[in-house]
Design a binder for this molecule. Structure first.
Ligand SMILES: [Zn+2]
Length: 346
């Protein structure tokens, strides 16, 4: 099991009862299993070993016997997909980084990082770099970051962190530190929360103070009509407002950070574009991906300490926090051992 990837699937090796084979169904199952774990256009490097009774497939379909015919290829597909998914969920799919050899410029960066953690160890020096002491546990309330979080929040542990360039969070970990892409991580958290809520029924909605109206073409009106169930699941209420006009009457609480009008327009574009040739599960997944992206904090957005704390707490609560829904990494880990090596402390 690895997250090493290539731009083609040449490095996918499938062995059936120890015989090397090529198989489109299995390649497809592998690709599906890795969806959301690596970037869309990459292929994981994989070795798949399958053991199965010889009477379940035919080897005489290809002169070199590199291709076989499975009598129940759907079963093979679904089993490979299920096994890989399960393994991937349990695996640490985070990205670890090696620090570059300390040359002049790198050394300055490494020294700054080491100094940061040195300074932050004793509590009384925290003020020096503008840190607030963490809020007391009882006051600790989720603000907007995860209104839909359904697990019990633990009282936060004392953590050292720092937001840089209003886009990344440098956070101390048990054995080093990590750099988090705030948008990518929050996007993954939003996505997981949205999936849970949708599975349980629908997103909670809230009436807008003023309905927001927008014009629709005939095709867009069709897309809305064909997807009323989906739109309702998202906690969105649309009403006709005139011959070619609709109005948004209610919007999902969980998506409060997105502008309703902006969101609906993109949603309708997506529905009009995709609904003809996609199965409903895949369409819903795409919609949730879009929703997560729109409702997540953006790069360039200043976060307060509470919001960062919440993000870090949520990060620990999700198994798949290491990758955003598009498969990009959400964080890069650095080990303390590596730092010490670079600074010749060992
Ligand atoms: Zn995004």
């Amino acid at each position: 099991m690895s997250l090493t990837s290539r731009t083609n699937n040449k490095l996918q090796y499938i062995f059936l009862n120890s015989r090397f084979i090529r198989d489109k169904f299995i390649s497809h199952a592998v690709k599906e299993a890795y969806r959301g774990c690596i970037e869309e256009n990459r292929f994981p490097v994989t070795f798949v070993f399958i053991q199965m009774p010889y009477d379940q497939y035919d080897v005489n379909v290809h002169p070199t016997k590199i291709e076989v015919r499975f009598y129940n290829s759907n079963l093979i597909h679904s089993q490979i997909l299920a096994v890989l998914r399960e393994k991937l969920l349990a695996a640490d799919i985070g990205v670890s980084a090696k620090l570059p050899a300390p040359q002049h410029k790198n050394r300055q960066i490494n020294e700054a990082i080491a100094e940061f953690f040195q300074k932050n160890r004793p509590i009384h020096t925290q003020q020096q770099i503008g840190f607030q002491t963490a809020p007391p546990a009882k006051k600790y309330q989720t603000q907007y970051i995860s209104p839909g979080t359904e697990y019990e929040s633990q009282p936060p542990q004392k953590r050292n962190f720092l937001q840089i360039h209003d886009s990344f969070i440098v956070a101390e970990t048990e054995d080093g530190f990590c750099i988090i892409d705030q948008h990518a991580l929050h996007e993954r958290i939003m996505y997981e929360n949205l999936c849970r809520r949708i599975k349980a029924g629908k997103l909670e909605s809230q009436k807008l103070l003023m309905p927001e109206s927008f014009e629709v073409t005939a095709a867009e009106a069709d897309a809305i009509r064909n997807n009323t169930a989906l739109i309702e699941k998202l906690g969105i209420e649309l009403i006709p407002f005139g011959p070619k006009t609709m109005a948004i009457q209610a919007f999902a609480v969980m998506l409060a950070k997105a502008s309703p009008l902006d969101f609906i327009k993109d949603l309708i574009d997506l529905l009009a574009d995709k609904c003809k040739n996609e199965n409903s599960e895949k369409l819903l997944d795409e919609v949730l991906n879009m929703a997560a992206c729109k409702a997540a904090v953006k790069a360039g957005q200043k976060l307060n300490d509470k919001e960062i704390e919440q993000l870090l707490t949520d990060k620990d609560a999700f198994q798949r926090a290491g990758r955003c829904p598009h498969g990009r990494p959400t964080m890069i880990k650095f080990s303390k051992a590596e730092l010490e090596k670079q600074f010749k402390r060992t």
